[in-house]
Design a protein around this ligand. Structure first.
Ligand SMILES: Cc1cc2nc3c(=O)[nH]c(=O)nc-3n(C[C@H](O)[C@H](O)[C@H](O)COP(=O)(O)O)c2cc1C
Length: 342
């Protein structure tokens, strides 16, 4: 069996710190700009008015405190969601709260929003204004006022806002799974927003009563005026290796289900709003499949942990190749199955 890279011998949160420290040295990652595959105009798209060079974004949770947004973009991501940022700093849940499942290319986490809070995030967003046009910020809170405060103080610094009501690790967020409460919150945010607003939903199971309830949330969010939906957050799961006993599953095992959820969502929204697909994406073929099912863009996180910093460039280049093979010149024209490339 091939030896695992050294970084996988470290505990996950330690490895993440090292990755973050390395990404904090912008000089190294600036050089990725030369070959990150985003120069091809065919990959460009317009996401609710946000112009992006490729539909592949880094999902929320990787850069919780908005420390390395520019470096992440230089790797070849079309956009990056910083956060989730909360009004006050939070310690998060007790450790262990991140477990790697390398055989499945998956991760379990019960982080519970550890973060430095709004003020440091604002300071760093101000310093990253050069990248503003491709940065979203994910915000959350357990009462409306906290969320409004996060929107008001970050929206002039970013291209869009991602409202997170879907972390399985923060029970207080579930109050917004009540449609009337979610509607009130979103209508209030829509009245104040100056940039596109996306809502990140929890995943729904396939054959279950809660599927209808969760699709109802999507419908409510669209009726209340959001510009897009992020489908979806991690899948809730019980596991005794996590200190708190349960958390969210992410990575490869999610992909098939993400595809089904995108089809469900597109059937519901019929193109009225943008759909950002998130969950288990690792390859350009998978990006193609999700775009073909109705997503406008995708986000990934866990595959980046396993595949490393070259992943977004590889996906961009291969997606361009697939488009060439199929004679497709625009991201929005992608349909059907991806062509087979040797
Ligand atoms: C360690 C970890 C931390 C995360 N933190 C957040 C977060 O703060 N906010 C959020 O909206 N999603 C968070 N997520 C969920 C991801 O953004 C994404 O929805 C999920 O991992 C599925 O995508 P993936 O399979 O590509 O990782 C986190 C995921 C992981 C693995």
């Amino acid at each position: 069996m091939a030896a695992r890279p050294l970084i996988f011998r470290l505990p996950p949160e330690g490895a993440h710190k090292i990755a973050e420290t390395a990404l904090g040295i912008p000089g190294i990652w600036n050089t990725f700009r030369l070959a990150n595959g985003i120069r091809d105009d065919r990959l460009a798209l317009n996401l609710a008015g946000i112009k992006l060079p490729t539909p592949v974004g880094m999902a929320a949770g990787f850069d919780k405190d908005c420390k390395v947004l520019g470096s992440v973009l230089n790797l070849g991501f079309g956009f990056v969601t910083g956060g989730t940022v909360t009004l006050a700093s939070r310690p998060g849940n007790p450790k262990p709260r991140v477990i790697r499942l390398p055989d499945q290319q998956a991760v379990l986490n019960s982080m519970g929003f550890p973060g430095q809070g709004l003020e440091p995030a604002i300071r760093r967003l101000k310093k990253s204004q050069k990248y503003r046009d491709r940065v979203l910020v994910s915000i959350a809170g357990t009462i409306e006022d906290e969320i409004f405060e996060c929107l008001r103080s970050t929206q002039s610094l970013v291209a869009g806002i991602e409202l997170n009501i879907s972390s399985p690790n923060t029970s207080g967020l579930r109050i917004f799974h009540e449609p009337a409460r979610l509607r009130g919150l979103i209508e209030g945010l829509v009245a104040e927003k100056q940039v596109p607003l996306f809502v990140k939903l929890p995943p729904w199971p396939r054959d279950d009563e809660s599927r209808r309830e969760l699709l109802k949330l999507a419908e409510t969010a669209v009726d209340a005026g959001v510009d897009g939906l992020v489908i979806a957050n991690t899948h809730p799961i019980e596991n005794s290796r996590l200190k708190v006993g349960r958390g969210g599953l992410s990575g490869a095992p999610l992909f098939e289900h993400t595809e089904l959820m995108i089809a469900d969502t597109q059937a519901l929204v019929q193109g009225q709003v943008e759909i950002i697909a998130c969950g288990g994406v690792t390859t350009a073929e998978q990006v193609w499949q999700l775009l073909a099912k109705g997503a406008s863009a995708v986000q990934l996180y866990t595959s980046f942990i396993y595949e490393g910093p070259g992943l977004p460039a590889r996906i961009n280049k291969r997606l361009t190749k697939l488009m060439n093979m199929a004679g497709v010149t625009k991201i929005s024209d992608i349909s059907g199955e991806p062509p087979t490339v040797e």
